[in-house]
Design a protein around this ligand. Structure first.
Ligand code: FAD
Length: 495
């Protein structure tokens, strides 16, 4: 099968690359290993950290490219890398290009940024595609979009209104198919086809060769679903606990890039988060704690529970006695988890499976869990809560801490029965992958590009290194470098 462009994977970065390539007249095929399109991106909130666009201006935000540069300069090594500068310069152009097509509609998605640094925008600068109803989509498009995580894991179909990542995938897929693009599901790409030193296609597990004469763009997630690669690279957590759909992002295609000579970077990093352990064993991305305390296996708190999830995940990864952790909460909310867990699961099932433990007093709960310091920890925290100051970890000081609670972030645990939920270390994907240049080209350790090979999304090493600047950073960078790859492929001198 011969095409101009082959896109490997079908998350946000992949589909934006495919859409832009097809729109510019290149015959483009998307290859997806599962029978559904969208990957983890379809589970996501669809928030994109794309600073300085018209969308933020329309919303009247104090956002600008300059402001975002100051913010990033406070976090990342300076001067900022070429890729970060390209990201800043290209974000507004990309969103304008997408908004010129009726298939796309973007809006501000209020959600605080993750660091208190110069240039931070109150309530955040992230944007997301507007919701779209299923009946506005061609039926074959609606049927292909991977359902939200809680429904997908339960084997259920998607909702009638597609929001967040669902809307991102649905809108982009709709536009790509409308423009004549091809999607082949159940196509697991295992290697590249190289001729005269140039990548000109891929081979699949089924033995097909699919050619992309002008370029192959890899946007097939990271290696979060592969325990062997995780431990070889020192990524904390486990494949069992990742949020990526089961059996998807296993990283062999990154390894195949490495075998071609690609440089790799940030291979020990992931977009971490606390994961509510599920009765059947997986982890559920949890954020927005509205009460309770997280303790280690000694029954001691070790961080501000309201930290941005990636920062809390890094705290969890900081000591072996934090995995699993126990999140101890009271029954102020009727026995449900005072946090947002995707999915939360049924409290009765948790109690039956032992992932949650319940008792009438904290002392009894401590005994059941075998945690010596729990009573002391809860008493100390309750004193802080009553005084309004967390003297140990400063919980409730930052805008992010209070976003989910309306300001009452320090809440004493005093309504029995008390519950402890087991938490593992989950992630939204790994951050390490093939190193790309400012055109999205995969490069060798000496910086020379591998002709014909491009990468973005979590298949490429994150341009933000160890940092997670704000909501939508994974998708924001993925979309911009998808666009850069297509710009390079379509540039006249590369035709
Ligand atoms: C609940 C939740 C909320 C989130 N919210 C946000 C948010 O609002 N904003 C944000 O930026 N990030 C968010 N994230 C994180 C974000 O979704 C992911 O980091 C990002 O979507 C990963 O994109 P990707 O394209 O690298 O991988 P994916 O979206 O997982 O796509 C990879 C696809 O490639 C396919 N694939 C893998 N290997 C192959 C192969 N060899 N051949 C063919 N196909 C292959 C997979 O099956 C998969 O469909 C969230 C994550 C979760 C779980």
């Amino acid at each position: 099968m011969t095409n101009d462009v082959v896109v490997v994977g079908s998350g946000g970065g992949a589909l934006i690359a495919a859409y832009l390539a097809q729109k510019s007249g290149l015959k483009t095929v998307v290859l997806e290993r599962t029978n559904l399109v969208g990957g983890t991106s379809a589970y996501s909130g669809g928030s994109c950290w794309l600073p300085g666009t018209e969308v933020q201006q329309r919303a009247g935000l104090s956002d600008s490219t300059e402001g975002a540069r100051s913010y990033l300069e406070a976090l990342l090594p300076t001067p900022l890398s070429t890729n970060v500068e390209v990201f800043l310069a290209e974000s507004p152009k990309l969103v304008a290009e997408l908004e010129a097509d009726d298939a796309f509609e973007w809006e501000w998605s209020p959600f605080p940024e993750y660091f208190d640094a110069p240039g931070r925008v109150p309530m955040g600068r992230s944007i997301q595609p507007s919701n779209i109803r299923r009946d506005e989509l061609p039926a074959e498009v609606g049927a292909l979009v991977r359902p939200p995580v809680e429904r997908d894991r339960a084997g259920e179909g998607g909702r009638n209104t597609l929001s967040g990542g669902q809307a991102l995938i649905a809108r982009t897929l709709m536009a790509f198919v409308r423009d004549g693009g091809t999607v082949l599901t159940d196509h697991n790409v295992i290697d590249y086809v190289v001729e005269n030193g140039r990548v000109v296609g891929v081979t699949t597990e089924g033995g097909e060769t699919i050619r992309g004469e002008r370029g192959v763009i890899v946007a097939a997630g990271g290696f979060e679903g592969n325990d062997t690669l995780r431990s070889a690279n020192g990524v904390p957590g486990a494949a069992e606990w990742t949020m990526a759909p089961t059996g998807t992002n296993t990283g062999e295609i990154i390894e195949a890039g490495k075998a071609l000579g690609a440089a790799i970077d940030h291979m020990d990093k992931a977009w971490l988060c606390p994961g509510l352990e599920q009765p059947e064993g997986g982890g559920s991305f949890t954020l927005g704690f509205r009460g309770g305390v997280m303790v280690d296996s000694d029954g001691r708190r070790y961080a501000n529970e309201s930290l941005p999830y990636d920062q809390f995940g890094n705290q969890m990864a900081g000591a072996p006695n934090r995995i699993p952790s126990h999140f101890v909460f009271d029954s102020r909310e009727g026995g449900g988890l005072p946090a947002i867990a995707m999915p939360e699961g049924d409290p009765a099932e948790h109690l039956k499976a032992g992932t949650w433990t319940q008792a009438d007093t904290i002392a009894e709960l401590s005994e059941k869990l075998g945690l010596t310091d729990l009573s002391e920890t809860v008493e100390r925290f309750n004193t802080f809560a009553r005084n309004g100051v967390d003297e140990d970890f400063g919980r409730g000081k930052d805008e992010y801490d209070n976003f989910f609670t309306g300001g009452a972030t320090l809440i004493p645990l005093e309504t029995p029965p008390y519950i402890a939920a087991r938490f593992v270390l989950s992630d939204l994907g790994t951050k390490g992958g093939m190193v790309i240049d400012e055109h999205g080209r995969v490069v060798r350790p000496d910086g020379d590009p591998i002709p014909g090979l491009y990468a973005t999304s979590n298949s490429a090493a994150s341009i933000f290194g160890p940092f997670y600047p704000g909501p939508g950073a994974p998708l924001g960078q993925a979309l911009v470098f998808a666009s850069r790859a297509v710009q390079h492929i379509t540039a006249e001198e590369n035709a």
